[in-house]
Design a protein around this ligand. Structure first.
Ligand code: GLN
Length: 196
C-alpha cells in the first residue's frame, strides 16, 4: 500500500481535515491504533482539547508510537491548535506531551472563547494570495529555537512554525474553504496533491 496521510481521530476536528485532504486528492486514514501509523507518511493532529487529547493518546498507546515513528520512520506531523500544544517541547505551566519540536507554547494565549478571531493573510512560502486563518481559543508560540523556523505571527505572537519534520499552527486551516496549508503539508510529506 502506498503511504498516505493519517488524521488522529480520537477527539476534535479530524473530519474537517479528512475532507480537506480528499479535496487535495489524498485519501486519509483516521488513526486510532499504533499499527495504522505504518501506512502514514504524515499525521495531522487536529484541534480539540489538548488536556483530553493527551490522556487519550496515552490510553490508545499512540504517544510512544508517534514519537517512535517520527524518529525511526520519518513520519511528518502537523499539529493544529490543540495538536500544536501536543507537539511542543515546552508548554507553559504544564509538562510537555510528545516533545517533537523546539518551541514553547502557551495555551489560550489570546484569551477565552470570546477572543476567537479570523485574519486574512499571505503566508510567504505557503500561499501567495490571502488565506483565512481561524483562531479558536488558540495557543501561541512564545519562543522557538534550534532547528525551528518561523512561518507566521499574528498580534506579535508566533502562530506557525516548523522544522524539517514537524509543522505547528495555532489556527485551523481545516475550517477555511481554502487548501493552501493542506497542500503545503502534503508536499512536506513527499506526496503530491491535486491543485483543486
Ligand atoms: N484551547 C484548547 C487547548 O488548550 C485548544 C483549542 C483548539 O484546539 N481550538 O487545548
Amino acid at each position: 500500500m502506498n503511504k498516505t496521510i493519517g488524521v488522529l481521530a480520537l477527539q476534535g476536528g479530524y473530519r474537517e481535515h479528512g475532507a480537506h485532504l480528499r479535496e487535495c486528492g489524498i485519501e486519509p486514514i483516521y488513526v486510532k491504533n499504533p499499527d495504522e501509523l505504518q501506512n502514514c507518511a504524515g499525521l495531522i493532529m487536529p484541534g480539540g482539547e489538548s488536556s483530553c487529547l493527551r490522556r487519550l493518546l496515552r490510553g490508545f498507546e499512540l504517544d510512544t508510537a508517534i514519537i517512535h515513528a517520527v524518529q525511526n520512520n520519518n513520519l511528518r506531523i502537523w499539529g493544529t491548535c490543540a495538536g500544536a500544544i501536543l507537539c511542543a517541547n515546552e508548554v507553559v505551566g504544564e509538562d510537555p506531551c510528545l516533545s517533537l519540536i523546539e518551541a514553547s507554547v502557551e495555551r489560550n494565549i489570546f484569551g477565552s472563547q470570546l477572543a476567537s478571531f479570523c485574519e486574512n493573510v499571505i503566508v510567504p512560502g505557503v500561499c501567495d494570495t490571502p488565506e483565512r486563518l481561524v483562531y479558536i481559543r488558540a495557543p501561541g508560540i512564545r519562543r522557538i529555537w534550534g532547528q525551528t523556523r518561523l512561518l507566521h505571527s499574528s498580534h506579535d505572537v508566533i502562530t506557525a512554525a516548523e522544522n524539517d519534520s514537524i509543522l505547528i499552527t495555532s489556527f485551523h486551516p481545516e475550517l477555511s474553504g481554502t487548501r493552501a496549508f493542506h497542500q503545503y503539508f502534503i508536499k512536506k510529506c513527499g506526496l503530491e496533491s491535486i491543485d483543486a
